[in-house]
Design a protein around this ligand. Sequence first.
Ligand code: ADP
Length: 180
Amino acid sequence: MKVKIDSSSLELVQGDITQQETEAIANAANSRLAGGGGVDGAIHRAGGPAIMEECRKIGGCPTGHAVLTTGGNLKAKYVIHAVGPIYRGGNKGEAELLKSAYLSCLKIASERGIKSIAFPSISTGVYGYPIDEASRIALTTCWDYLMEHQEIELIRFVLFGEANYRAYEKTLKALEQERR
Ligand code: ADP
């Protein structure tokens, strides 16, 4: 599914983010940038050790922020490591932190002249964020950003598995209804 926002696109696909040819891919990292399971593990496996070397030099990243490294052996030139919140019931500032994690990635992309970026569904795996709520935050944040920042031509969400894809699709359809 794809929606046009002025001259830019906001797109959903089902797939593996490590295979994307966007200029940058985002990672759902932890605050120590230490690598882990899930999408983080997949990105480091596919991208090779250069990414972890840079992560070690950077040292860490607070929740709600993001840092940029090389893409190593990936097709993407850059990885933007975003640290989403661990979901602890929803009253611990999770929504703001999740929004801020996406916004940090987008700001880095704008500053670096990156025109296309792929995102995984940050925080909805091991970090336990309910996907209906998380997808709404993710998609509204990106939609709003694209309305103000036409320098980014493509934001693509790469959803792992059909259930995740369907959840994002449902949210994006609802947003389209509300906004168009
Ligand atoms: P978090 O710790 O932020 O919750 P996870 O990696 O556990 O991060 O999960 C985030 C999302 O990434 C989940 O929806 C998971 O299914 C998805 N995911 C796992 N592997 C990949 C992959 N190779 N490409 C895209 N998404 C992936």
